[in-house]
Write a protein that binds this ligand. Structure first.
Ligand code: PGA
Length: 257
């Protein structure tokens, strides 16, 4: 193992994923109370659902105010029409945006409903908007079963920025149930890059359940590089990984590639 491969990622193992949801939401709460104009990086998918539920609860029951918070989502499918129920925008409305007091102008999603030639320009604009907001204060992240972060699929380099990507077969297969069939899953997406993710001042990565056990173990032990983009998280300070017992089950197994 070389020096880089030894870099570690502080990992918190909890009995129940709800404990991780509450811990990550509490960090976001503390940030937003200290800095009401905080810029958050937001993920979709099964992993962060509980964090959003807890933030909605904190908004309703503890007055957590999102009125000046700025949000940037990590990714969006390319080519789905605006308002399509499987867009990540709709997902975010269902799980978070429609339930808190974010200002609509402060919500940013990659502009993936555009034709491809205009979508390319929109990627640079998205990077610029993140910069204009002062960079991301805290970003939450799931880890895909193939080690993707955002839609930075295997092969994504450390210096990648917001761009159009081809979705990996496993990513599309994992989305097939949600779309109804594999054929309906988009083949491309816009994602913020690995470099954009690692620029965030704090990152809270999460993985839950037995289907993530293998990738969690490899994220912590495989050589850092584009073959497994989640390994890049080990290169930055201020990154923590939150996993439940099932997702932690294979950490530390010997001879893991
Ligand atoms: P999941 O996906 O949260 O739906 O498990 C994580 C990811 O693919 O990034």
């Amino acid at each position: 193992m070389n020096e880089i491969a030894k870099q570690t990622l502080p990992t918190f193992v909890v009995e129940e994923r709800a404990q991780a949801d509450r811990a990550v939401a509490a960090e976001i709460e503390a940030l937003v109370r200290a800095k009401p104009t905080a810029a958050l990086g937001l993920a979709t998918g099964n992993t962060p659902i509980g964090v959003y539920a807890e933030l909605v609860r904190l908004h309703r029951e503890a007055g957590l105010d999102f009125s000046r918070v700025v949000t940037f989502n990590l990714d969006e499918y390319l080519g789905l029409p605006l308002g399509h129920p499987r867009t990540f925008r709709c997902w975010m409305c269902d799980h978070f945006f429609d339930h808190v007091n974010l200002a609509p102008d402060n919500i940013h999603m990659p502009d993936a409903g555009l034709p491809p030639e205009r979508a390319v320009e929109s990627c640079a604009r998205y990077e610029a908007a993140i910069q204009a907001a002062g960079g991301l204060d805290l970003l939450i992240l799931g880890i895909g079963r193939n080690g993707h972060i955002g839609f930075n699929e295997p092969g994504s380099t450390r210096d990648s920025r917001t761009r159009i990507v081809d979705l990996a077969p496993l990513t599309r297969a994992d989305a097939a149930a949600t779309f109804g069939s594999l054929d309906e899953v988009p083949k491309q997406a816009i994602t913020i890059g690995v470099a954009t993710i690692l620029d965030a001042r704090a990152i809270r990565a999460m993985a839950f359940g037995p289907s993530k056990a293998e990738i969690v173990a490899r994220t912590l032990s495989a050589p850092i590089g584009p073959d497994l983009p989640a390994t890049f998280l080990r290169q930055r300070a201020h990154v923590t990984l939150h996993v439940d017992r099932d997702a932690a089950a294979r950490i530390g197994e010997r001879n893991r590639p």
